[in-house]
Design a protein around this ligand. Sequence first.
Ligand SMILES: Cc1cc2nc3c(=O)[nH]c(=O)nc-3n(C[C@H](O)[C@H](O)[C@H](O)COP(=O)(O)OP(=O)(O)OC[C@H]3O[C@@H](n4cnc5c(N)ncnc54)[C@H](O)[C@@H]3O)c2cc1C
Length: 386
Amino acid sequence: MSAAGTFEVAVIGAGLVGAAVAFGLRSLGSKLVLLDEGDVAHRAARANFGLIWVQGKGAGLPQYAEWTQRSAGEWPRLANELLRETGIDVALAQPGGVHVCLSAAELERRIAMLDALQTQPGFPRYSVDVLDRAQLALRLPGVGPEVAGGTYCPLDGHCNPLKLLCALHAATIRAGAHYRADHPVARIAPRSVGFVLDTPRGSISADNVVLAAGLGNAALAPMVGLGAPVGPNQGQIIVLERVPRFLALPTATIRQTEEGTVLIGDSRQERGFDDSCATDVVAAMAARALRVFPSLGGARVVRAWAGLRVMTPDGFPVYEQSAIHPGAFVATCHSGVTLAAAHAYAFAPAVAAGASPELFRPFAAARFDAAANGSPRLANGEEPRR
Ligand SMILES: Cc1cc2nc3c(=O)[nH]c(=O)nc-3n(C[C@H](O)[C@H](O)[C@H](O)COP(=O)(O)OP(=O)(O)OC[C@H]3O[C@@H](n4cnc5c(N)ncnc54)[C@H](O)[C@@H]3O)c2cc1C
């Protein structure tokens, strides 16, 4: 294969994780390359709901709650830098978010779950208000008669995730980095110094490599002594036509975009690599949305889609540097919108420094070996929807 370039850092995967890491490394300019697979790919980055969500996360791993809060806190900086550098407004709004409960029993379960979460040893507590129906209706006018209440967290928010992806790419390219679409990495060969990446368009040498290939990480990680046991988890989303603004803040499953369209999300199913929509799932999501906001019954459905989440067995991310091939890093998670700022401002600097900060220790893939040997972590580190 012909040599197609030599770089200080190669980031494999230009979805939300790879793009955020590359953005955080953009001061490398032309010494940075971002590689992607082309239009054949499964891309969670183009299929997601756009929430920046804190409440409910971290059951079984308080460090994940800390990581999530840190990212939410750094999001305004990210949105401002992207606007300044690219002119793209990613429509960040962090007015807080609501988890809506449709019955007293649902609300009880929600309160119990959040109590258990926040009373874990070492949990970084944050404020979550329990709202009864009347309090909830003040924040979300128009809720239906079945709504019993909900929980409100001031740290939650949302953005336009497609503009986010676009802006991360634009800022990175503008800084002089190379973006090579249609460069699927088939093999990573560690050398005494650095790595050689084989692609159908030639090989690429890099001193350091970041595996941010989403579902592709499962195959790539073992090539550099890492583990990324990720698999697909399907989520479906419905888009309604633009309606007059009625939602001042996002809920966990219904949000109004900056343009006025309404997104209803998002199911969660094990369906392998099937990314087709199932009408029974769409119908169930729509039915629940109508119980929350009956007025949506008058809005037309514009489209619906299904996407594949990048999911580890316990739902938590993997961040790690290879012990046997230093300079190879993996980053994989299933809340890539929420965590974009952490990837840009904490993970990327660790890569640049060649470091494995203490911060990343809880996220090492060795935890899955421990689970296999009979000391499992609490499964499903996040609430079911995200
Ligand atoms: C329905 C749904 C709703 C979601 N809602 C939210 C939400 O509200 N908030 C939130 O924070 N997160 C949400 N997510 C999750 C979020 O979208 C993902 O965490 C994020 O997109 C993962 O980014 P990624 O870069 O790891 O993977 P992807 O976006 O899948 O990107 C991986 C990229 O790697 C490339 N690639 C793969 N293999 C190779 C290879 N060998 N060589 C080169 N390139 C390769 C692919 O082409 C692809 O572009 C949602 C996801 C889904 C599916």
